[in-house]
Design a protein around this ligand. Structure first.
Ligand code: NAP
Ligand code: HSE
Length: 434
């Protein structure tokens, strides 16, 4: 029985979805049942990588949602508005939604989830995190028996592609970013990728599913790769580390009322070369899930691009189509697939978290300067793994310190004391280390 699909967007991801629907041969037989009824675009004259009947295209996205022939709405237009309103309109019309839009889910997820629960429709979003990697469905279903300790990963393809090429070829940041845009990896505004916002949207979604409660997206400490200096990538390599944009959600404990306390953050991170995430290069993403009793599970694959993302979108459409075929359009929601919140979560005060750190100082090249820096750390009981002086480009010394795990507030106090020393000119970089 045919199932009508309304596609909102025919860009990188939308065209990938249309491509799969147009070529069902060799795929699951249910793909043949998915019929593209209407497609919303912004510009009817824009050249497309796939040829579609012109009568399918419209610039009226609300009309696509409202069309009675459209039974499942697939939102791949991106941005907050009109995407949010169109998703809510689809839900209000009793139509399930599949979206790849992490920005709208991370910011308006509570409103969308409440509307979907009330109407009894699915809103699925596998493509929103990790591109072609199945990670949301495993968190909701296959790993549902676990107490999740930590979810960490490389979840932005654009920045991983940039960092990999900078490290491997010494390529310039700007040139590689332009390549990532041309390849369809980057967001419409690539600031979301390079400033870490896209990864923060994704870790908010992952944390919400892993811990069963929404996290406050705006409160997630977020640092991108746009301020990262090639020098630090080079020094990190010399010291045995790769630099990756890491997103982490880690359980810290719980409040007396059962609220789960989480440390959720996004920042460039030095990973020891033998860490499982250190070898994840190019547009690939990887997510490590650590839970009890499963232990450590890693999900790896292409994190962006038309084909991988469309693979995840169509998988969600198939899930909904299969349920409709077996149980009809008004079947009750499967609570695991629908994944409603079941507890409250809050973010920890970041001063109380503990991390290893990499710090680079610019200092006068004088006898005793390394000793003074070491003493300031010692006075705050910050234990050091290494302290190394590198050849500086200009006058003075470049001193790189890697600490053991230390409470953030204590570490900041030590940095303050070091900066107050006359022979220390500046802290030129400060990065997290695993
Ligand atoms: P894109 O290439 O910019 O495509 C966006 C599409 O939406 C275009 O076809 C555009 O029409 C259409 N559109 C935008 N605003 C519209 C409006 N107001 N009315 C009608 N149509 C509108 O974006 P994309 O890369 O495919 O990304 C789409 C979504 O998927 C985003 O939420 C993104 O974060 C997410 N995502 C992307 C990737 C990836 O690798 N690219 C991976 C995972 C998730 P025109 O073509 O006429 O301009
Ligand atoms: N811009 C995103 C990225 C697309 O580079 O990871 C995939 O979500």
């Amino acid at each position: 029985m045919a199932i009508g699909i309304g596609l909102l967007g025919l860009g990188t991801v939308g065209a990938g979805v249309a491509q799969i629907l147009a070529s069902p041969e060799g795929r699951h037989p249910l793909v043949r049942e998915l019929v593209l009824r209407r497609v919303a675009v912004r510009d009817l004259n824009r050249p497309r990588p796939i040829e579609l009947d012109a009568a399918l295209l419209s610039t009226d996205a609300a009309a696509v949602v409202a069309d009675p022939a459209v039974e499942i709405v697939v939102e791949v237009m991106g941005g907050l508005e009109p995407a949010r309103s169109l998703i809510l309109a689809a839900i209000a019309a009793g139509k399930p939604v599949v979206t790849a839009n992490k920005a709208v889910i991370a910011r308006h997820g509570a409103e969308i989830a409440a509307a979907a629960a009330e109407k009894g429709v699915y809103v699925l979003m596998e493509a929103a995190v990790g591109g072609g990697i199945p990670i949301l469905e495993p968190l909701k279903q296959s790993l549902g028996a676990n107490r999740i300790e930590r979810v960490s990963g490389i979840i932005n393809g654009t920045t991983n592609y940039i960092l990999s090429r900078m490290a491997e070829e010494g390529a310039s940041y700007e040139a590689v970013l332009a390549d990532a845009q041309a390849l369809g990896y980057a967001e419409a505004d690539p600031a979301a990728d390079v400033q870490g916002g896209d990864a923060a949207d994704k870790i908010a979604i992952l944390a919400g599913l892993a811990y069963g409660g929404l996290v406050d997206r705006q409160a997630i400490p977020t640092e991108g790769i746009d301020q990262l200096q090639t020098r630090d990538i080079d020094y990190a390599r010399e010291l045995g580390f790769s630099v990756k944009l890491l997103a982490v959600a880690q359980r810290q404990g719980s409040d007396a009322d059962g609220t789960e306390v989480l440390d959720v953050r996004v920042h460039p991170t030095l990973l020891p070369k033998d860490h499982p995430l250190a070898g994840v290069n190019g547009v690939n993403n990887a997510i490590l899930v650590e839970g009890e009793p499963v232990g450590r599970v890693m999900f790896y694959g292409p994190g962006a691009g038309a084909g991988p993302t469309a693979s995840a979108v169509v998988a969600d459409i198939l899930n909904i189509a299969a349920i409709r075929q077996v149980a009809g359009p008004s079947a009750q929601l499967d609570p695991l697939l629908a994944a409603g919140s079941w507890r409250r979560c809050r973010l920890v005060d970041s001063d109380l978290t503990q991390h290893r750190n990499y710090v680079r100082f610019q200092a006068a090249d004088l006898p005793g300067v390394i000793g003074h820096i070491g003493s300031c750390f010692g006075a705050e009981e910050v234990s050091l793994q290494s302290i190394v002086q590198f050849e500086s480009e200009g006058p003075g010394a470049e001193i790189v310190v890697i600490t053991h795990a230390v409470e953030e507030a204590r570490f900041r106090r030590a940095l303050g004391a070091i900066l107050a020393r006359p022979e220390v000119e500046a802290i030129t970089s400060c990065l997290r280390t695993l």
